[in-house]
Ligand binder design. Sequence first.
Ligand code: URP
Ligand code: ZN
Length: 694
Amino acid sequence: MSSGSRRASRHQQEKDDDAPQWIPGLGSDKPKPRTLGTSFFGYVPDAFVEKTPYLPSERTADSAKKQAELEKSAGQRSESASEISEQDATAQRDMDASSDEGVVTEEVIVPRRVVGIAAEPWNTDALDGSAQNRLLIKGGRVVNDDMMQDADVYIEDGVIKQVGQNLHIPGGTKVVEAKGRLVMPGGIDTHTHMQLPFMGTFAVDDFYTGTRAALAGGTTMIMDFALPQRGESLVEAYHRWRAWADPKVCCDYALHVGVTWWSPKVAEEMRELTDDHGINSFKMFMAYKDTWQLGDSDLLESFKSCKELGALAQVHAENGDAIKENSKKLLSMGITGPEGHEMSRPEEVEAEATNRACVLANQVGCPVYICNVMSKSAAAVIGENLRKGKLVYGEAVVAALGTDGSHYYNTCWQHAAGHVMSPPLRNDPRTPSLLLELLNVGDLQATGTDNCTFSASQKALGKDDFTKIPNGVNGVEDRMAVIWEKGVVSGKMDPCRFVAVTSSNAAKIFNIYPKKGRIAVGSDADIVVWNPNATRVISAKTHHQAVDFNIFEGMEVHGIADYVICHGRVVVEEGELRVQSGMGKFVPTPAFCPYVYGRVEDRDRALAPQKVERAPYDGPVVQLNSQPQGAVTEHITAVQQENFYTRGPTRSGGVNLHDSSFHVSGAQLNDKSPKRPSVKVNNPPGGKTSGSFW
Ligand code: URP
Ligand code: ZN
């Protein structure tokens, strides 16, 4: 797609660059200063001023060294990322020549004009501390999840060094003009499946096109899933995903690992992954029978392991057995189209599994994160569990926030199939609105996309059978804009909450906060300079994803990422992408996240079962294994072996009438007794019945 066509799809609606319109989410005028405490976040000019003095080169070298150590330990830097093109090297020389310590040379990058910054090499050690790696974002409004402030942001070597006003900036620093813009943490997409091998094919957006598209939309980090086949080593799957991703990623990424089968070896590998490979979350599927689905006992085992390791248990919550049964029935009725996908996976199938996941995780005290909450019913289950103090988190995906399941009933097969994903979009127009409201109040905390894209010809694998349509949709590029539109522009959430649900909460839940998900000194310079006044129309014709379909086709959204800065490097400028494959890095996620596990130990202690202290029973105890005496006793012994609870025979050998003869299997206590003849009583007390008894 040409950048020109992309730009053509934008309708800039700024009235006057000098008088920024603080819409949406901020009102039409610049808000009056408020003090903290007037609302859950405060607009506090200067309250967060970090007038960090200019850091001497030793400090810079030190932080660069730490960064390098971290990267080295994760084995993460890709070779291609550090290659410097001739053009880049020339640009670097030019910039170094213009560097003039002590004098602030403001080389202003005016929005929508490309000035000055060439596609510099990614965070190359040789450039650390050089003017090329210095950037000032000037005049914008910094938005964090808990507050906003008008402040400049100074970045050096990929890290935020100063936030505030009247900063001391070294000479030669490049400047991004952010007047009238919101300066927010880059988005973190908690749920993607780039190039996933799935349902006989591979997702068409790979780690290059997918992360490139992510950056275009203001997302600077994705979290993908390494999903082993049943019986396959989890560690091998992890390495396979790393080998796919490392040379291709344009933005940072982390991995969750799937537990798609269970054995003691899986438990050992989970430990290895958390101890040595930076994995702190494992995903279990309650759907996809015969491939990834786990039964309840394996779910319990995996939850126990997660808890022991201080990892977060993630769950795809749908009842796979019910889905299989429903699908068979629908196909036998001749319902083969995409509507069958939605019909076979009704809300209650999602809600049941969501509740079961909460119950099972709670039995072992393991925090559980419900992925892709698609329905009102499942969200309600999460809300109920939260209010009972359970350790549960809920993730919304942008598909469910921006569109709905009515598309499955579209008479164009291709259009309907383009929306097939699991759990399905709900055919209830209130769902997106409700899920957004729940994100705002905190019943749901994070947002992902489940980005797993298949082009029309791949979807056509299921043209005669909806169960064969590869499941998955787009979203990684449009998540920020759609949530801004549906959340902030609609008045459902303010910009702080937007930041919370698009980055900060994810960073907290997956233990990478405040390195990610915050604009603060010491945080990674992953930043989006958001223009809330500009609009664009989403379309597959202009998006950066490889897939040929977009579930948000035709939606006009306010909010465009004017600039995206990834590790201090300007990678998006006026919708122009300047990325290199491999410039992103793997981000290890450490176990025992304080945000998730902070209250687990105390909770376990507080809720620990208490033994009742009492005098021991000193009466007689029946001998269950005593020699049987006579036919009836023999029979009772046999029944006991079937796990009946029984008080045993009376002293005369008769059935103890205090016992129930009911058994869940349908067996009766007396099933094995020789049949007794029925005795007809002609005039029973209480009158005749037509039945007989013995
Ligand atoms: O439809 C979806 N979600 N496809 C990807 C696999 C999964 O369920 O996460
Ligand atoms: Zn998924």
